[in-house]
Design a binder for this molecule. Structure first.
Ligand SMILES: NC(=O)c1ccc[n+]([C@@H]2O[C@H](COP(=O)([O-])OP(=O)(O)OC[C@H]3O[C@@H](n4cnc5c(N)ncnc54)[C@H](OP(=O)(O)O)[C@@H]3O)[C@@H](O)[C@H]2O)c1
Length: 262
C-alpha cells in the first residue's frame, strides 16, 4: 500500500470495556483488536495459532494499546469458544464486546462442493459466530450492556461468481445480526455488522500483487484503491462505543463505495 497508516486518534473511548475479537492474529481482526485496545478496552484476541497470537498481542502492546490476552481456539469448536468466553468474563468480571470476525473462504462453484464441505464452511462462518454470540450475550445480560459486532462482507449484499457458500454464510450472518438486534435490545445489548469491501490484507496478497486485478479494483472502487487494513478499526470502535447506543441492526459498509456504484 502506498500510504502509511494514519496515527489512531479515535474520539470514542472504551475504557473499562472488555472485548473478544475472533480471528485477530492478522488482517482485519488484528486491526480491529488494535483499534479497540488503543481506545482503552481490555482486549482478548483469538485464533488457532498461538505463536501468531502472541506476536499480534506484542504488536498491539507496542503500538500503545493495553496488554492483550491471547485465547487460542477454533471457533468451530463451540465448547471451546463457550469456555473461553466464560473464562474471559470471569477473569475480567465482565464482557462487553464480541467481534465475530473469523470468516473462512473457499471459492469454488457449487457443483464442486460436497454436502460435508459446504456444512464445514457454514459451521465456521455461520454457526460458530451464532454460538459465540449466544455465549457472549449470556454474560452481557448480567451487566445489561453489550455490543455484538459481526463481520460480514459486501458479499452479504452482492454476489461474486463461484463463491456460493461463503456468500450464503455472509448473507445468513446479516440475518443473524438483525435477529439478535431485535432479541437482545431490551437487555442493553446492540447487534450490528461491519461489511468490508476489498482490503489489502495478507489473505489478498496474491490479488494485490496481480496487476490486472488491482487495475480492476482501481476502476471498480470509487475511492480508486484497495482498502488499507487499518481503515476498518474505527468502524469497530464506533459500534462498540457508548455513543452508538441507538445504532442497532445496522450494516456499516466499509468498501470505498464499491457497492453503491452502478
Ligand atoms: N480481507 C478482505 O478484503 C475482506 C473482505 C470482505 C470481508 N472480509 C471478512 O473479514 C474477516 C477477516 O478477514 P481477513 O482477510 O482479515 O482474515 P484472514 O486473514 O483470512 O484470517 C484472520 C485470522 O483468522 C484466524 N482463523 C481462521 N479460521 C479460524 C478458526 N476456525 N478459528 C479461529 N481463528 C481462525 C486465522 O488465524 P489462525 O490461522 O491462527 O487460526 C487468521 O489469522 C472475515 O470474516 C472475512 O470474511 C474480509
Amino acid at each position: 500500500m502506498p500510504d502509511a497508516p494514519l496515527p489512531p486518534r479515535s474520539p470514542f473511548r472504551l475504557d473499562g470495556r472488555v472485548a473478544l475479537v475472533t480471528g485477530a492474529g492478522r488482517g482485519l481482526g488484528f486491526e480491529m483488536a488494535k483499534a479497540l485496545a488503543l481506545a482503552g478496552a481490555t482486549v482478548a484476541i483469538n485464533g488457532r495459532n498461538r505463536e501468531r497470537l502472541d506476536a499480534a498481542a506484542a504488536a498491539i502492546a507496542q503500538a500503545g494499546g493495553r496488554p492483550v490476552r491471547a485465547m487460542a481456539f477454533d471457533v468451530a469448536d463451540s465448547e471451546a469458544g463457550t469456555a473461553a468466553i466464560a473464562a474471559l468474563a470471569r477473569d475480567e468480571r465482565r464482557l462487553d464486546i464480541l467481534v465475530n470476525n473469523v470468516g473462512a473462504r473457499d471459492r469454488r462453484p457449487l457443483q464442486d462442493f460436497t454436502a460435508e464441505e459446504a456444512a464445514r464452511l457454514l459451521a465456521t462462518d455461520l454457526v460458530a459466530p451464532m454460538m459465540l454470540a449466544r455465549a457472549a450475550a449470556g454474560h452481557m445480560v448480567a451487566h445489561r450492556h453489550g455490543r455484538l459486532i459481526t463481520v460480514t462482507s459486501i458479499a452479504g449484499h452482492v454476489a461474486n461468481r463461484n463463491d456460493p457458500v461463503y456468500t450464503a454464510a455472509k448473507a445468513g450472518l446479516t440475518g443473524l445480526m438483525r435477529a439478535l438486534a431485535v432479541d437482545y435490545a431490551r437487555e442493553g445489548i446492540t447487534s450490528n455488522a461491519i461489511a468490508p469491501g476489498m482490503f489489502a490484507t495478507e489473505t489478498n496478497e496474491g490479488l494485490v500483487r496481480d496487476a490486472q486485478f488491482s487495475a480492476f479494483v482501481d476502476i471498480r472502487v470509487p475511492v480508486g484503491r484497495w482498502g488499507r487494513p487499518h481503515e476498518i478499526g474505527a468502524a469497530a470502535v464506533f459500534l462498540a462505543s457508548d455513543e452508538a447506543s441507538f445504532v442497532n441492526g445496522h450494516v456499516l459498509t466499509v468498501d470505498g463505495g464499491q457497492t453503491v456504484r452502478m
